[in-house]
Write a protein that binds this ligand. Structure first.
Ligand code: GLY
Length: 353
């Protein structure tokens, strides 16, 4: 079976890799560079606890399946690519924003999810200022998403996939994709183009911009060990810097960085950890999350036979990667049904209309 995939983010690459492993031939067309969109801009959190507080059950289940797959997926990918992806399972501390939030956290605390008071929180993260405490999720993880994109690219190519960077799809005709340079015929076409998925077909996905800053500690200052969450901010230690994210804004395809984005993120992080005031700004970037109208992913065949979509991962694209790779490969090969809550046809009768 020949599959043409539009988009070399972690979703397209992951699904492509799994398809190749099952004997399909796979070509990926990428408008820019592999792994350069939201896959690059993300903070790489596998935030099953922090991101899914209000999630619908099918999304929570997808997140838990993905989370369970991550250790094996990372090991297999590192072996296949020869590249590390830096899976870190040092946990996450979710700080309460007030008494009401603390009560919600108290109700969530069970099993390994533990409520901690101010002293317990400061024992976990000595940089914290005044705090009410919060929820400690000891196995919450994160991964170097940029390394992940590179590792998936290498694994995909080593497994025999074809990848054409700087080659944007301009039209889908039946089971063929047209670019400025050629026509790619397949038995199936998969749109996995992140926030750009809606430009090509009538796929209801919009970009939600997120700015992230990276702070460098002064000499002698230690990074927090775990990920630290405030109500509208997260702080992720990564390779000697602290990533602080992220703004949320529907601003089309604008990925510029702004002084107000920086100020908002820095102020939120400093409110949690006052000594960050002395930390230098090391980097500042923005990316586009792909969001569907109900905030849930679109995973499956559209109403046009042979045209599939894997999109709408919104805030959890890195977390979902191993589950979407395995499950979408099976859906495309006709080995697994579409999960109804994620069926792309829930929005439109025919995505070509
Ligand atoms: N999951 C982090 C973000 O979307 O900002």
């Amino acid at each position: 079976m020949k599959i043409v995939i539009i988009g070399a983010g972690v979703a397209g690459l992951g699904i492509g890799w799994r398809l190749l492993q099952q004997g399909a031939s796979v070509t990926i067309l990428e408008r820019a560079q592999a792994g350069s969109g939201a896959s690059w801009a993300a903070a790489g959190m596998l935030a099953v606890t922090a991101e899914l507080e209000d999630a619908a059950e099918p999304e929570r289940a997808l997140a838990l399946r993905a989370s369970a797959l991550w250790p094996g997926f990372a090991a297999e990918l590192e072996e296949a690519s020869g590249r590390a992806v830096f899976l870190n399972r040092d946990g996450a501390l979710l700080l309460a924003g007030g008494e009401a939030h603390l009560s919600v956290m108290r109700a969530r605390a069970e099993g390994e999810l533990r409520l901690v008071d101010a002293a317990g929180a400061k024992a976990l993260v000595p940089l914290l200022g005044d705090t009410l405490g919060g929820l400690w999720s000891p196995r919450e993880a994160h991964v170097d998403n940029r390394a992940l994109g590179e590792a998936l690219t290498i694994a995909f190519l080593k497994a025999g996939g074809l990848l054409y960077p700087n080659e944007a799809a301009v039209k889908i005709e039946g089971r063929s994709v047209l670019t400025p340079y050629g026509r790619y015929d397949g038995d199936a076409v998969l749109v996995a183009a992140g926030a750009w998925s809606g430009l090509l077909e009538n796929i209801p996905i919009v970009p939600v911009k997120g700015e992230v800053i990276a702070l460098a500690p002064p000499v002698g200052a230690a990074l927090p060990g775990p990920v630290v969450w405030g109500e509208h901010v997260y702080c992720v230690p990564r390779h000697g810097r602290l990533l602080v994210g992220a703004t949320m804004e529907e601003a089309g395809f604008d990925t510029s960085v702004t002084p107000s984005g920086h100020d908002q993120l820095r102020a939120s992080a400093e409110k949690l950890m006052p000594s960050l005031k002395g930390w230098a700004l090391a980097d500042h970037w923005a990316g586009l999350r792909p969001k569907s109208p109900d905030g849930l992913p679109l995973l499956g065949e559209t109403a046009t036979p042979g045209l599939f979509v894997a999109g709408g991962q919104y805030r959890n694209g890195i977390l979902f990667t191993p589950a979407i790779a395995a499950e979408m490969a099976d859906v495309i090969l006709g080995k697994a049904p579409v999960i109804p809550a994620f069926d792309p046809r829930r929005f439109l009768g025919d995505l070509h209309e």
